[in-house]
Design a protein around this ligand. Structure first.
Ligand code: SF4
Ligand code: SF4
Length: 170
């Protein structure tokens, strides 16, 4: 692990409050009008981000957010534990009002090993976890998602920081 990657979460917590307003303003402008060629630029930036951020020194998503469990996730993960879907839901999840989505009751997530920040069901984790923080997705479609995640995720923070340095928004 490089020095840059050490204490990803600690640095993020120090820097985020100082930059929140600037980052939100940038993302709001980007949401309204993304400049031409943005996907090419963000693809290159994403590669840089993962050279500087190490999720195993962070795990803030698993500590402070909840994934949404799809029907396929529920079937796969409950079977892994020899439970029925209903038993699994009752033990760990609640149904969110409005959306009807199944979410974790607990934070940190019950499947996070707090000693090493590793997911104990990594191979069969929810699709939502596998896709997080959605940095390689088409930027134009995901700005609103990054706007929320930048509050929690140092990789998203780094992505936005680098975008501000390289992308002009009007
Ligand atoms: S995805 Fe983001 S919040 Fe989750 S561990 Fe990696 S850097 Fe941290
Ligand atoms: S299932 Fe694994 S990856 Fe998903 S929130 Fe829990 S610990 Fe993190």
């Amino acid at each position: 692990m490089s020095e840059k990657q050490v204490n990803t979460l600690r640095k993020f917590k120090q820097q985020m409050p100082k930059n929140r307003r600037r980052f939100r303003t940038f993302l709001t402008k980007l949401e309204k009008k993304a400049p031409k060629g943005i996907e090419k630029i963000t693809a290159a930036i994403e590669k840089e981000v993962w050279q500087e951020v190490d999720c195993l020194t962070c795990a803030n998503c698993c500590k402070t957010m909840t994934p949404t469990f799809t029907a396929a996730d529920l079937k796969r993960i409950s079977a892994h534990f020899g439970q029925t879907v209903e038993e699994f839901k009752e033990k760990w999840l609640y149904k969110e009002r409005g959306s009807g989505d199944w979410m974790n009751k607990k934070q940190p997530c019950q499947f996070l090993n707090l000693k090493d920040n590793k997911c104990s069901i990594y191979e069969i984790r929810p699709d939502d976890c596998a896709g997080f923080p959605h940095l390689p997705k088409r930027m134009k479609d995901y700005v609103h998602v990054h706007k929320q995640n930048v509050e929690y995720c140092p990789a998203t923070y780094k992505m936005v920081e680098k975008m501000i340095g390289q992308i002009d928004v009007k």
